[in-house]
Ligand binder design. Structure first.
Ligand code: FES
Length: 118
């Protein structure tokens, strides 16, 4: 079980944006994007698109989805499920929670799709 990484206070990640946690900070092999949706929920996915080299944190967050900035595949933020081509592979999810007023990321721990940190 991975230990939680403090990603900051909820206010520090503006709603509608994402923050990237680099491998040197998370201990996980890939960069992880922590998304803050307009509805105030937090989700985390591997930052690199499953299609090519693009940062999902630089994409567009709409509801519970993010659209890749390079070729516009979108992914469900809760489940990592790819929703449209050209990507065909789902994105890996990571558990994120708000604990004691901090956003805490659990690198490598799959998110429970039924729950959102808010
Ligand atoms: S790199 Fe994301 S859809 Fe192509």
């Amino acid at each position: 079980m991975s230990e939680g990484i403090d990603v900051g206070s909820p206010d520090e990640i503006e709603a509608g944006t994402a923050r990237v946690v680099e491998p040197e900070d998370s201990g996980f092999v890939d960069p992880i994007a922590v998304f803050h949706t307009e509805s105030g929920c937090f989700f985390a996915l591997n930052d690199t698109c499953t299609h090519e080299e693009a940062s999902l944190a630089e994409g567009w967050i709409e509801g519970d989805t993010v659209e890749c900035p390079l070729h516009s595949s979108s992914f469900n933020l809760r489940t990592g499920k790819v929703l449209c081509l050209p990507a065909t592979e789902d994105a890996r999810t990571h558990k994120v929670a708000v604990e004691d007023g901090r956003v805490v990321l659990y690198p490598g721990v799959a998110a429970d799709p039924a729950r959102a940190a808010d």
